[in-house]
Design a binder for this molecule. Structure first.
Ligand SMILES: *[C@@H]1O[C@H](CO)[C@@H](O)[C@H](O)[C@H]1NC(C)=O
Ligand SMILES: *[C@@H]1O[C@H](CO)[C@@H](O)[C@H](O)[C@H]1NC(C)=O
Ligand SMILES: *[C@@H]1O[C@H](CO)[C@@H](O)[C@H](O)[C@H]1NC(C)=O
Ligand SMILES: *[C@@H]1O[C@H](CO)[C@@H](O)[C@H](O)[C@H]1NC(C)=O
Ligand SMILES: *[C@@H]1O[C@H](CO)[C@@H](O)[C@H](O)[C@H]1NC(C)=O
Ligand SMILES: *[C@@H]1O[C@H](CO)[C@@H](O)[C@H](O)[C@H]1NC(C)=O
Length: 344
């Protein structure tokens, strides 16, 4: 009994310590629990913050798009302005690859007549921009980010943006890196060539004559907007150096073939100036290629040299003799006789 009493009396003595231990353990468990909840909340808040960021960066899902189109569809965010309500209008990148006097100026005015196309001109005619691949890439980045301003710049609803790039403007020298850039960034190539290289040669000679003598009231014009101006410019008949003629034509044809080879692995379309002049529905192919809505496209430019070639060259007999029996003989005969549309 005493033992019992004793043991009984010992319990209350021991119990504060046990209780204290229990409270302590309880407090520790609670502390750890609260801490873990806090940490969880902090981390979930971080996560949702991160998700929000991601949503802002890729705000325009395009569920209807085919998988193979994904590399060619872009949502640029210009640094200098906001695309506003058009931020989710996809943009395609293109480059018109051409040669001087192949109708690319006219072609570009047609493209720029489209509400949603901006073709910014011969940007690489300025030498420093094509100094090396880093200046080229920097320039292209700005164009494709819609941060390039030219008379062709459209509003924020641009759906296709690009430039006109002549083969001799750094394009052939840097072809490997440029083709890589095109593939990496999903840039489509629009090849625009002229079938009749003899006509192109006449246009080059006449254009350089115009640059030197400026018959249009002292201003040099590569392109004209009135039939009168075209008539004045067409009065000049160049003399073609027949010694160099074949070699020149061959060189142009080879350069064209090389360009096609270098850029054939990019998404591309091949156009010929003569085909567009003859058949304006070719412009629909281009609009479909760029995935822009089809529109009727107009240019104010007027064609300078029309009619039969024999009337356009001073030493026609010479030229005829030189080309007869060569692969270039067909250039002598093909002209625009069969079409009604002689001016642009
Ligand atoms: C397209 O050309 C027509 C006729 O010249 C003109 O009225 C129209 O404003 C042009 N559109 C654009 C976007 O330049
Ligand atoms: C590229 O050209 C620019 C302008 O001429 C020059 O400042 C730059 O140093 C060049 N970069 C390289 C890598 O050669
Ligand atoms: C083309 O531009 C018009 C007017 O700016 C705009 O309403 C339209 O959404 C654009 N279309 C595309 C395909 O971006
Ligand atoms: C040249 O200038 C005169 C006077 O300004 C003008 O009447 C004429 O039409 C101009 N000619 C051409 C081809 O622009
Ligand atoms: C044609 O070009 C060659 C080589 O440049 C030159 O020797 C020749 O004098 C030129 N002929 C004419 C008629 O200009
Ligand atoms: C004109 O071009 C379109 C599109 O490329 C083609 O379908 C059509 O057959 C061509 N018409 C003629 C007469 O060549």
């Amino acid at each position: 009994m005493a033992d019992d009493l004793c043991s009984f009396s010992k319990v209350p003595k021991k119990s504060p310590l046990v209780l204290r231990m229990i409270v302590l353990v309880f407090a520790m468990v609670c502390g750890v629990y609260i801490c873990s909840i806090c940490l969880k909340q902090v981390s979930t808040r971080n996560k949702t913050g991160y998700l929000d960021l991601e949503v802002i960066e890729r705000p325009c899902p395009e569920p209807s798009i085919e998988p193979e189109e994904v590399p060619y569809v872009h949502y640029p965010k210009p640094e200098t302005y906001s695309r506003a309500e058009c931020a989710c209008n996809p943009v395609r990148y293109f480059a018109i690859l051409s040669m001087q006097r192949s109708g690319s100026g006219w072609f570009e005015t047609l493209l720029n007549n489209h509400t949603n196309i901006s073709s910014n001109g011969e940007i690489f005619s300025v030498k420093v921009r094509r100094s090396n691949m880093s200046t080229i890439a920097e320039t292209l980045d700005r164009i494709y980010n819609l941060d390039w301003f030219s008379s062709a710049s459209k509003n924020e609803c641009t759906a296709a943006v690009g430039l006109k790039w002549m083969l001799n403007q750094g394009l052939m020298q840097n072809h490997e890196e440029i083709a890589q850039y095109f593939k990496r960034r999903g840039v489509a190539s629009i090849f625009l060539f002229r079938r009749n290289l003899l006509r192109r040669m006449i246009s080059i000679l006449a254009n350089s004559y115009d640059r030197d003598f400026k018959p249009l009231n002292g201003t040099h014009k590569s392109h004209v907007h009135s039939p009168l101006e075209a008539e004045i410019l067409a009065k000049y008949k160049p003399t073609i150096n027949s010694t160099l003629l074949i070699a020149n034509l061959r060189q142009v044809a080879e350069t064209t073939a090389k360009a096609l080879e270098y850029f054939k692995s990019t998404r591309h379309i091949i156009l010929h100036y003569e085909d567009i002049v003859k058949n304006r529905t070719k412009l629909r192919d281009v609009q479909d290629f760029l995935k822009v809505p089809r529109m009727e496209l107009k240019s104010r430019q007027v064609k300078i040299h029309k009619g039969s070639l024999s009337n356009l060259v001073e030493n026609w007999d010479d030229v005829q003799k030189t080309l007869t029996g060569t692969p270039y003989e067909s250039f002598l005969h093909s002209d625009y006789r069969r079409e009604k549309l002689q001016s642009h």
